[in-house]
Ligand binder design. Structure first.
Ligand code: SF4
Length: 431
């Protein structure tokens, strides 16, 4: 199947009806990741009262199904158990986004987090982290650590474990190994989150303004050269698709300006510990969102269970992806009959392509951004919250123009006459 928006389901999420509420309880962290967009320790831990206010605001204005508890590193916050219990009391699912350092050799804390109400974790582990005892380890060497967390959470039971990594050009070739590891552990790895690395351009082409005043941009994602900040979601998709025929995406989110951009690409693969059989199609993705909203009043992104009842094979009646799964699974059962009685699991792969600075200075964000967080009573993009923390507003990039250059309306022909607007014939005659 060609990677195209027409072949996928566009998530129905919006600003006021979105499964995720992004909550940052602290900006302190016990490690350093090169791609991090939060300045470490500028404000420290938020108070429990402030955090409860933010949770209540997210519940009221976002109609969330889950609260993603982030930071900095949320597990170093002294009130983490109360925070989780409060989220649960508001009937939302507390999911912890962590680097896991606090949980190393600390199973009792996992059990305590579970008792407090946490549904699970997204472990952020990659080779660009200055992680104690694991510095300089390759992505492959870090599998030992990923396996450790996956096994521990599985052992504690009834919790989810997702694994996230920032994808740089330098570790893009490693992505297939990550998929292979996850597939092999499909009973305990609920999903992967692959985030394309992004930084802000400081190559002198743009001036930056906040609240109308020119500024020197000093967020953590400012770098002189942008040689690494170009991977698109389709690059990561292709890296996976080239090696895993069963893998297919079935849902997406677009960009706020660029019509062809896919900022979120989501796949739900189906298989067992022996073999992967396929991925659900757009119809099942649509049914899942719609049914959850009808039943619970919210859209959904994290499902507590990754086991799929065999009756779900009937969905093949109207979903192409499930039909293909049925064919491969039944063929395998003919070879290995006992597999008919073994569980089938679903495993998600989410690819995220963050903000892009467009030629004209506009910033293309993820539409209906799922990771909106609270700043000063407002909802802001968590990836750009430091702009609010430093400058009290979003930063605007403006392409540098020659001193004194002016645009004269209907003056010197700068304004394009309607009949001079180029027409992209390919769009008119796609075939
Ligand atoms: S726009 Fe939203 S979803 Fe996209 S990278 Fe930023 S915070 Fe994440």
């Amino acid at each position: 199947m060609e990677l195209s928006k027409r072949n996928m389901y566009r998530f129905p999420w919006s600003g006021n009806d979105n499964p995720i509420g992004w909550l940052e309880v602290t900006d302190k962290c016990n490690t350093y990741c090169r791609g991090c967009y939060r300045i470490n320790g500028m404000q420290g831990h938020k108070t429990l009262e402030q955090i409860k206010e933010e949770i209540a605001l997210l519940a009221k204005w976002r109609n969330c199904d889950n609260i993603s508890i982030a930071g900095g590193e949320p597990l170093i916050h002294p009130d983490i158990m109360e925070i989780i219990a409060y989220i649960k009391s508001l009937k939302m699912k507390p999911l912890i986004l962590t680097n896991g350092i606090k949980l190393e050799n600390n199973r009792p804390m996992v059990e305590e987090l579970k008792r407090a109400g946490a549904i699970g974790f997204t472990f952020h582990i990659d080779s660009e982290q200055q992680r104690p005892h694991w510095k300089g380890k390759s992505e492959t060497e870090l599998f030992e650590l990923r396996q450790y967390y996956a096994d521990m959470v599985h052992d504690v039971g009834h919790m989810t474990a997702f694994f996230g990594m920032t994808v740089y050009p330098g570790n893009l070739d490693f992505v297939p190994e990550m998929i292979r590891w996850a597939n092999k552990n499909i009973d305990r790895v609920h999903g992967l989150v692959l985030i394309g690395y992004r930084n802000a351009t400081m190559n002198g082409d743009y001036d930056y303004y906040a609240d109308g005043k020119k500024i020197k941009l000093e967020t953590s994602y400012v770098f002189e050269d942008t040689q690494e900040s170009y991977l698109e979601s389709k690059d990561i998709y292709k890296k996976i698709k080239d090696e895993f025929p069963h893998y297919e995406t079935s849902a997406y989110m677009g960009g706020t300006n660029a019509i062809d951009k896919m900022t979120w690409l989501v796949s739900a693969q189906l298989g067992n510990r022996h073999q992967m059989y396929g991925s659900v199609g757009a119809k099942v993705m649509e049914l899942f969102q719609t049914f959850h909203h009808l039943q619970h009043g919210t859209y959904v992104i994290y499902s507590p269970s990754n086991k799929i009842p065999k009756i779900a094979m009937l969905l093949g009646l109207f979903d192409k992806g499930v039909r293909q799964f049925n064919g491969k699974f039944l063929k395998d059962v003919l070879r290995h009959p006992l597999r008919l009685f073994q569980p089938i699991y679903v495993q998600s792969i989410g690819i995220i392509q963050g903000p892009d600075l467009l030629e004209d200075g506009r910033v293309d964000m993820c539409e209906s951004c799922p990771d909106m967080t609270v700043w000063d009573g407002k909802l802001v993009h968590s990836c750009r919250m430091d702009e609010w923390r430093l400058y009290g507003s979003y930063v605007v990039a403006q392409r540098k123009v020659e001193e004194g250059a002016e645009i004269e309306v209907n003056g010197n022909g700068n304004v394009i006459a309607p009949d001079a607007i180029p027409v992209n014939k390919d769009i008119i005659n796609p075939n």
